[in-house]
Design a protein around this ligand. Sequence first.
Ligand code: MG
Length: 377
Amino acid sequence: MSGRAPKRAAVLGCTGSIGRQTLAVIREFPERFTVTGLSAHTAEAELRRAAAEFSCAHTALTGRDGLESLKSVIERSGADIIVNGIAGAAGLWPSVWALEAGKDLALANKETIVMAGSLIPALAARRGAKLLPVDSEHSALFSLLERLGRDNVTRAVLTASGGPFRETRREDFAKIRAEDALKHPTWRMGKKITVDSATLANKGLEVIEAAYLFGFAPSNISVAVHPQSVVHALAETACGALYAQLSPPDMRRPILDALSYPEASPHNGFTPLRLGETALELSFFPPRLADFPMLPLAYRAAEAGQAACAAYNAANEIAAEAFLRGAIRFTDFEAAVSPVVSALSGKRAGSFDEIFAVDAEARSEARRLIADIGGRA
Ligand code: MG
């Protein structure tokens, strides 16, 4: 590394959970990384502080300047890698702009792949840009596949913490309120993804993401509930052997891996698991599919194709917002999302514009269903 210029990173969504942790990682390795672009949606003071700290000249406040302002941050910052930590469907266009500019993309925005997984990897390949997943499971799977060779892996296993209601009886689900769902046992994250972890919609989105990113049929992706969140993913080879990636739950690790790629991550002061020195029990369970219908519904969407996946994502986002403001119950997610997936799965989704049309229709359809559900309650 000595003598090489630091890698230049633009961090989009720098005041969110992923953005802050990305800046924390960069702060630790000033000789390796610099920040040349930053964006936030509305947190102007925090954006200014970060820009001052990292002497970053290119910034955008999308809540004031519009989403398009990210285009100039991506293009003018001279970044080698764009970290997309924007929450929700708003993160898709910045991913497209980054790849069109030929920039490597460290992707924490799941929606980019769930909504447009049929287009994004091909776009990256055309522009010679690398897609580097920042989700812990996909980061783990990415490194397993790099080491084993994609062609040698027949199945993938994503682990799930199971969320705060892993052991809650179904009879008690109707009593769950937003504040209960926001208490995640192992990860500290934003509100929407924490609700998604409680319903297992997050794992559903991750199944779709893994299918598109790594070219697995959905039926060749398993989900194992693993409450310790130490094993992040496993890869199975033709002979039935399983290879796993283990590390304590800390998002800074996949962030550092993505920033460092293709080099190995430097030593980062994390305490590794010392198996054989301390006791460590790991357990794995099948997910309760009948009690958490958002997971099997994601498989159905993944099998049905891109429009169904975009519809699943959009309707789930609307349902999560409704749940957070108390407009629907925890048990209403399926009723708010499943009919939208069925209704829109036959739509065309061969271009970004068609995908956004499906996204918009799914949102309005989900809002209509949620109004009905609220009216009945
Ligand atoms: Mg994850």
